[in-house]
Design a binder for this molecule. Structure first.
Ligand code: PMT
Length: 335
């Protein structure tokens, strides 16, 4: 393997020096087959990235830095994309929330609390019957039917990552696979990606020992992967990135900066504490036009057309589907 560059990594030098995850080839083969099938069916395909990446500090990893994200944005959005007829490649942090099962997360709505045991139904030959509590049936049925339908229609394909290295390798490979469907592809980059990492060449093999006082680690900057994505890997794709800030005054300037730097289609800005109630779309209507801002907001206690508590992702996806369709119509794909 080449030496790690001592200064900042470009995407090229990153992939030349950092090892691919061992499961990459297998993962890519799965995505290739999935995309080929969706292409036959004429479906639009969205890549949803979701959850936070980690940065391991040791090769035999005991300690790591993590990026904030439960995966709610990605998992919820994937459901609305499926509802809108998209095929979804759901690339998520291992053990973060997933579409459908997110409704029964172990901490907020434990699955076991839905179930009842009927002791009367047992005898010496068979265990008692287990059933879903009547008060929970309607809601579970709706989620279960949507889940089963997505599976039966082969509409969703799932991939996992843990480290920022897994994420970068997978993102590049999946983008290249999706590029065969050109303008029919949408990239929804909601994952919270580490900005700094420890190159493999600088990592301690074994657990870092304590007892020597404070620990000082110098990390390198993760290459900005949106640039090669827009310019090389997914030139015809409709690319939506997210910008998370905690200082509301920085949200618009940072989102505008990202759009100018990378030249993709939309940056969705969200403030950490307001992210479930408002987001801002920062985009240019046409190439060369001024950048504009479009806020989406839902009020507290908002209810959707089906009578359920409204999730802002419903409106985000509806707006994106409209814009993606306009993008497809604007320039016919060569496919
Ligand atoms: O999962 P939840 O708990 O619901 O939280 C959702 C969320 C707040 C994490 C999500 O809505 C969100 O904002 N995700 C993006 C977080 C963020 O700001 O990441 P970033 O600043 O590191 O990256 C901004 C964009 O650049 C991202 O789309 C990322 O894919 C991309 N990026 C990041 C780093 C890097 N080296 N290259 C990149 O291309």
């Amino acid at each position: 393997m080449n030496e790690a560059p001592s200064s900042q990594f470009s995407a090229e030098s990153y992939f030349a020096t950092q090892p691919a995850p061992p499961t990459l080839e297998h993962d890519v083969a799965g995505v290739r087959a999935f995309v080929a099938r969706q292409r036959e069916l004429g479906r639009k395909v969205v890549l949803v990235t979701s959850g936070g990446t980690t940065v391991p500090l040791e090769l035999n990893v005991v300690r790591y830095l993590d990026n904030f994200s439960a995966g709610t944005r990605g998992a919820t959005s994937a459901e609305y994309f499926l509802q809108a007829g998209y095929a979804v490649v759901f690339m998520h942090r291992q053990f973060s929330l997933q579409p459908f099962s997110r409704h029964y997360s172990h901490s907020t709505n434990p699955f076991l609390d839905l179930l009842d045991v009927d002791p009367q139904s047992s005898d010496s030959q068979s265990p008692p019957n287990i059933s879903v509590m009547p008060s929970k049936r309607a809601e579970l049925l709706e989620v279960l039917q949507a889940y089963k339908s997505a599976r039966a229609l082969e509409q969703i394909h799932t991939l996992t990552f843990v480290t920022v290295n897994d994420y970068l390798w997978l993102l590049r490979a999946v983008s290249q696979e999706l590029s065969v469907i050109g303008r029919q592809s949408l990239y929804y980059l909601a994952a919270a990606v580490s900005d700094f990492f420890l190159p493999r060449q600088k990592m301690s093999e074994h657990k870092i020992q304590s007892g020597k006082g404070s620990l000082i680690i110098e990390m390198d900057q993760v290459p900005k992967i949106l640039k090669p994505m827009v310019d090389e890997w997914s030139r015809e794709g409709f690319i939506v990135s997210f910008k998370l800030e905690t200082d509301p005054a920085l949200l618009i300037p940072k989102a505008r900066g990202a759009l100018e730097r990378y030249g993709h289609q939309i940056v969705v800005g969200n403030d950490l504490h307001r992210r479930k109630y408002e987001v801002v779309f920062v985009s240019r209507e046409h190439a060369g036009q001024d950048i504009s801002e479009h806020w989406l907001r839902i009020g507290p206690g908002a209810i959707n057309a089906l009578g359920h508590p409204k999730e802002i992702e419903e409106d985000i996806i509806a707006e994106l589907v409209k814009r993606h369709d306009a993008w497809i119509a604007a320039e016919p794909s060569a496919n």
